[in-house]
Design a protein around this ligand. Structure first.
Ligand SMILES: Cc1cc2nc3c(=O)[nH]c(=O)nc-3n(C[C@H](O)[C@H](O)[C@H](O)COP(=O)(O)OP(=O)(O)OC[C@H]3O[C@@H](n4cnc5c(N)ncnc54)[C@H](O)[C@@H]3O)c2cc1C
Length: 268
């Protein structure tokens, strides 16, 4: 039986970021991932990341735009935290080697080539051409590969969480590991850990039409539910790109459209 201090299920931006941060404390980490390590929604994200980086912009303005777009459904404190911490997270990515597009300002200095998207009153979208997510995924995977205490277990499908409750122990319920199907051997492995992080992305693939890749089947939500966790906000589902009004959403069941298709998405 394999044992790690932390096991992260998922190798998108969330799982890779967590693994890097916790490995920096000296912990051993396994990243369990369903297919190859780059298979994720992250690798398909195109438009970019909204973040306050310009002197013409402010955290207050970004918060205001977000609360308006959220139409009364946002938790303001969460919005404020995410937006105010954005520049620090971007700096971390840049520190790992991520390169966002730049342009030359009228006075000659180099500055981020910011895009402007729906709902934003200022230009604040950092991007790497229209393959921002792919560049982020590559950057994070390179950092993970260079870290000696992170093990990436590919083609392993996390099947279920092991909890003390399921094992029949008379104690407060806790997650103590997970079962993982090794696709190559067809066997189920048991992994022991005190910290299991679900970073399995969304469940767009449960819908008939979606641009989400095959991996997005909501496995983490299902595992959390079976382990007794509270599941919330499942009604918030992004369909991307948004179809023009009155048009039927095109059939994307074959997978996300290739970059360069005439009506490819340009952002979120
Ligand atoms: C076409 C498209 C365009 C987008 N454009 C943008 C954009 O411009 N800007 C933006 O901010 N967002 C965009 N998004 C959304 C963004 O990609 C996601 O919100 C983000 O990448 C989610 O990251 P994540 O790490 O949570 O999940 P993911 O990147 O989906 O990673 C999930 C990981 O979990 C793994 N996994 C799942 N189930 C299991 C299992 N049972 N066992 C083992 N591993 C498992 C998967 O293999 C994968 O590695 C876009 C999404 C799509 C599909």
């Amino acid at each position: 039986m394999k044992t790690f201090d932390h096991v992260v299920i998922g190798s998108g931006i969330a799982g890779l970021t967590y693994a890097l941060k916790v490995a920096a404390t000296g912990a051993t980490v396994a990243i369990v991932t369903k297919k190859s390590r780059a298979d994720s929604n992250t690798a398909w994200a195109q438009g970019g990341i909204a973040c306050v980086t310009s002197s013409e912009d402010s955290v207050a303005l970004h918060v205001k735009d977000t609360l308006i777009a959220g139409d009364g459904l946002c938790h303001e404190e969460v919005v404020r935290t995410i937006i105010s911490e954005g520049p620090e997270r971007i700096a971390e990515l840049v520190g790992l080697g991520m390169h966002f597009d730049e342009r030359t300002a009228p006075d000659g200095h180099r500055e981020p080539d910011l895009g402007r998207e729906g709902g934003h009153s200022k230009r604040r979208i950092l991007h790497a051409k229209d393959a921002t997510g792919l560049e982020i995924e590559k950057t994070l995977l390179a950092a993970v590969a260079a870290h000696p205490s992170i093990t990436v277990l590919e083609n392993r499908i996390a099947v279920d969480l092991i909890t003390t409750g399921k094992l029949g122990y008379a104690m407060q319920d806790a997650c103590v590991g997970l079962y993982v199907l090794d696709e190559a051997s067809g066997t189920v492995e048991t992994i022991r850990t005190d910290v299991t992080v679900l970073a399995t992305g969304g469940c767009g693939r449960v819908y008939l039409y979606t641009t989400n890749p095959d991996i997005a089947t909501g496995d983490g939500v299902a595992m959390a539910w079976r382990a007794g966790a509270t599941v919330a906000n499942m009604e918030f589902m992004q369909f991307h790109p948004t179809p023009p009004q009155g048009k039927i959403f095109p059939d994307y069941r074959g997978g996300p459209r290739g970059r360069g298709d005439p009506d490819r998405c340009t952002g979120t």
